[in-house]
Design a protein around this ligand. Structure first.
Ligand code: URP
Ligand code: ZN
Ligand code: ZN
Length: 468
């Protein structure tokens, strides 16, 4: 087995930053301690050394919310598992957990699990897993396939939607929560009140209000808050079923999280995304470029942004994922020019996440440990991947991001690796630079260049969530 030492860096975890060397043996970390370099280099000839002087050595980041190759019925997100994971790797992410698309009418969760293996196996360049998905109904077969996929395939989290055409109604959502509680499965939820959203999506076009800003106005923060509150109470009523609120976007929604925490509810977590921390609704005033930020939920007011940053500083939000769901502006998003409802929902972000969060997070006073918690360790824990992923410690996979805090990066589309033809952060100067990325002991990114190979990523059978 080839050995490798990352020497003289500052190794960061969710609890401490230590000057140490990291010894990697094959695909795993063997030791993390000061002074390995001298000892090992003297004893072994075949050891490879990476000098990380002045660098931060983070665990490879875990993105628990992506949509590669997502079939939305009338369109498909533009990153395959290959292009999307190359982009992820170049952004310092070494594990993704991708959300499956809804299946054909009359099909069941196992159908989508098989479909996703067809899409991802032999394509992904970093390790990956899938969240199962529930749509249309939660009958007996749906619930038993959910349990089987969790037990047999390690697909230990499932997502349901409270809006969109294939949403679950409350009775079925509650049946899912009750089953999940019994079977130790984590339920991720897209929280928006469908009644409010559907009403506005019918009203605005009748009034000739068809530009991008009406996408945002049709999905108000109260619609998110109501659905967050409803799911939290339903989970509580199901005996504290484990619940994960995805892409929290608003201060109103956050208040419902705080309410649940203050009434003592424990088995839940909330995720937000860089777009809700860095962008705001002013973007929608441009009816053309505003389409680039058409996503659900939409980006909000500056006050919402501030509230979400505050929540990160107080640890009332648990993770930051991307909801990477890219469509090209030229061929796909522009279709919404005449009618916002024709613009496919979602935006790219898998490559930008770590840099954005490092740069803006540190500027706003988050510590390196907090960043590691939100971007690496907490998602690994919550989704049953810890301590294999999300931490640099003996026995863990050698997924490592060597980060240069002394440099800066300007985010521009031409430097990114995904298939989208734009980034929402074009021209933004961020502090820090992704120097080197290792996946299970192999250098797969160096100075912005991808050095890995198609299909080298492995499917991860996940364990039970820390929220169960
Ligand atoms: O607009 C978004 N976020 N599209 C992806 C699907 C979802 O709701 O997460
Ligand atoms: Zn969603
Ligand atoms: Zn999503």
């Amino acid at each position: 087995m080839e050995k490798l030492i990352i020497k003289n860096g500052t190794v960061v975890s969710d609890t401490e930053c230590v000057k140490a060397d990291v010894l990697i043996n094959g695909e795993q970390i063997e030791a993390v301690t000061a002074g390995i370099s001298e000892k090992e280099t003297l004893e072994r000839e075949s050891v490879q050394v990476i000098d990380a002087t002045g660098m931060l050595v983070f665990p490879g980041a875990v993105d628990a919310h992506t949509h590669m190759d997502l079939d939305v019925g009338y369109d498909r997100s533009c990153d395959t598992f290959y292009s999307g994971t190359v982009a992820a790797a170049c952004g310092g992410t070494t594990t993704i957990i991708d959300h499956m698309a809804f299946g054909p009418e009359g099909s069941y969760p196992r159908h989508q699990a098989e479909e996703y293996h067809r899409l991802a196996d032999g394509e992904a360049v970093i390790d990956y897993s899938f969240h199962g998905v529930l749509w249309d109904r939660a009958d007996k077969r749906t619930l038993s396939e959910m349990r089987e996929l969790s037990e047999d395939e390690g697909i230990t989290s499932f997502k349901l939607y409270l809006t969109y055409d294939r949403m679950l109604h409350d009775r079925d959502a509650f049946a899912v929560l009750a089953s999940a509680k019994k079977d130790n499965i984590l339920i991720a939820v897209h929280c928006e009140n469908d009644g409010i959203v559907s009403f506005y999506r019918e009203l605005f076009p009748r009034e000739g209000k068809l530009s991008a800003r009406y996408h945002a106005l049709s999905r108000p923060p109260e619609a998110e808050a109501e659905a967050v509150n409803r799911m939290l109470y339903m989970a509580r009523c199901a005996g504290e079923a484990p619940l994960y609120i995805v892409h929290l976007s608003s201060e109103a929604g956050l208040r419902e999280i705080l309410n649940a925490r203050s009434r003592g509810q424990k088995h839940f977590a909330a995720e937000t995304c860089p777009q809700y921390l860095l962008l705001d609704e002013a973007l929608y005033e441009d009816p053309v470029n505003g389409l680039k930020a058409v996503m659900s939920p939409p980006v909000r007011k500056k006050a919402d942004r501030e509230a979400l940053w505050q929540a990160l500083s107080e640890h009332t939000i648990d993770t930051v994922a991307t909801d990477h769901c890219p469509f090209t502006f030229g061929r796909q998003k522009r279709r919404g020019l005449e009618d916002f409802r024709r613009c496919p929902n979602g935006a790219p972000g898998v490559e930008e996440r770590f840099l954005l969060m490092y740069s803006e997070g540190i500027r706003r006073g988050l510590s390196l440990c907090e960043l590691t918690e939100y971007l690496c360790t907490a998602p690994a824990r919550i989704f049953g991947l810890y301590p294999k992923k999300g931490i640099i410690r003996p026995g863990s996979d050698a997924d490592i991001l060597i980060f240069d805090p002394g440099k800066s990066t300007v985010l521009t589309r031409d430097k990114l690796h995904g298939n989208a033809d734009y980034t929402c952060y074009e021209g933004l100067k961020v502090s820090g630079f992704i120097d080197t990325v290792l996946r299970r002991g192999r250098v797969i990114v160096k100075n912005g260049e991808f050095l890995g190979k198609k299909g080298e990523g492995r499917f991860l059978k996940r364990g039970i969530s820390s929220l169960c």
